[in-house]
Design a protein around this ligand. Structure first.
Ligand SMILES: Cc1cc2nc3c(=O)[nH]c(=O)nc-3n(C[C@H](O)[C@H](O)[C@H](O)COP(=O)(O)OP(=O)(O)OC[C@H]3O[C@@H](n4cnc5c(N)ncnc54)[C@H](O)[C@@H]3O)c2cc1C
Length: 374
């Protein structure tokens, strides 16, 4: 992302900060920013805290993840870190992302996640240094849009695609807003369930269908005042119906938002599940008492406005053996290319890796286009 921002001339909008993290466990909120916080983490006996610290160092030293690909994290981690520490700290993190699929999640994914978090530590290793794009991701998408337009790209916004047209196993174009359009190539960047829907009767192959997803459900609240001193609070209790509370204005000054305080309630769920399908106000009623439990300074009357965003195809479920299910950029249908988050592995999906796979997919497409006679 940093290279891309440099290329677009917007790298000066990147800000760096070391915000405060927390973990909510057994009814209490614990700071969780530095290794010292782990040593002070009361829900675990002292020897478990030490064992946890040592296990994290061992994971950090593993450079080649391939022997971890077919091993479930839920089997690999408990002997390494101790059952108690696993149940208290790492199982809740697996459950937050993957719910009841946690026992099947590949240790390679867990390794990828730990490695990235270590790389983002400051030189002393004590804190995480997080980047923020001033003006949010919109700064990047706007810059990309204007650069692409200079190169002759035409955007069709609010034009949902309903199908990819295929004749004799070759992609011939798209149908969008009820209108058929012919194209030489189609590069699909939506998730696999959507891609399969666009292809209708044309099957992609059973293997491609084997990637399961979780939906993301995010509520953003505008509050009258600050409700915690933490930026990111992970939730370690199964009874609480969300995965994390992110008080964004403990990272970026509320003045940037006209004095408003912003709190995100983040969740990963099955798109067919009950919570995902509640109305916005039902969801707010369900969440509010739990937010009050985590942050006693929170109350419903502090909320001036709230918004809910949903993406049913947000997070591929990285089970053991996932490496055998990753779709190729070149699909089995000629002229149809795939580039989406299901190809990000073993790292947890994120914009950094989207840039990486986009470069790879476009290179393949350009090579083939140059060799094409059409
Ligand atoms: C809660 C949350 C927090 C995250 N935080 C971070 C973070 O801090 N840092 C980071 O690097 N990454 C973060 N990510 C991950 C990041 O958002 C994704 O990796 C990235 O957005 C994926 O990009 P994409 O282009 O593959 O998919 P998307 O961004 O999902 O783009 C898919 C696009 O397809 C469009 N589309 C869908 N259906 C149709 C249709 N029928 N016709 C036309 N278009 C259609 C959608 O509108 C959408 O714009 C976060 C993700 C979530 C869910």
């Amino acid at each position: 992302m940093i290279d891309l921002m440099r290329e677009l001339g917007i790298d000066s909008s990147l800000e760096w900060n070391t915000p405060q993290m927390a973990f909510f466990s057994e009814g209490a909120l614990y700071p969780f920013t530095t290794p010292l916080d782990l040593l002070r983490f009361k829900p675990l006996p002292f020897r478990s805290r030490i064992q946890m610290g040592l296990a994290t160092m061992r994971l950090r030293r593993i450079q080649d993840y391939r022997h971890l690909e077919d091993v479930p994290a839920g089997e690999y981690l408990p002997p390494m870190v101790g059952r108690e520490a696993f149940e208290t700290l790492w199982k809740p993190l697996l459950m937050a992302k993957f719910g009841d699929s946690w026992p099947d999640i590949s240790m390679a994914w867990f390794w990828g996640r730990v490695h990235v978090r270590f790389k983002s530590r400051t030189n002393t290793g004590l804190r995480e240094l997080l980047g923020y794009v001033s003006g949010s991701f919109r700064t990047i998408t706007r810059a990309l849009e204007s650069r692409a337009k200079e190169l002759g790209v035409v955007f069709h916004l609010k034009t949902p695609v309903s199908s990819i047209d295929v004749e004799n196993n070759r992609a011939t174009g798209l149908t969008a807003n009820g209108q058929k359009r012919s194209f030489d190539f189609v590069l699909a960047t939506v998730g696999l369930p959507l891609l399969r829907r666009f292809l209708g009767d044309v099957s992609l192959s059973r293997d491609l269908g084997a990637v399961e997803y979780r939906g993301a459900l995010v509520m953003l609240m505008r509050l009258r005042k600050r409700v915690s001193r933490f930026y990111w609070t992970n939730i370690g209790e199964e009874e609480i119906p969300f995965a994390g509370l992110i008080e964004h204005t403990n990272f970026i000054d509320p003045e940037v938002y006209g004095g408003a305080h912003l709190l995100y309630v983040s969740n990963y769920l099955r798109a067919s599940g009950r919570l995902f399908n509640l109305s916005d106000s039902q969801l707010f009623d369900e969440y509010a008492p739990h937010i009050e439990r985590v942050f006693p300074d929170f109350s419903r009357d502090l909320v001036e406005e709230f918004w809910v965003s949903k993406d049913p195809v947000a997070q591929p479920v990285i089970k053991t053996g996932y490496q055998r299910r990753i779709p190729e950029f070149r699909s089995p249908i000629s002229g149809l290319y795939i580039c989406n988050t299901s190809q990000i592995y073993p790292e947890d999906r994120g914009t950094n890796y989207n840039v990486r796979i986009a470069r790879q997919a476009v290179e393949i497409l350009c090579d083939e286009a140059n060799g094409e006679t059409r």
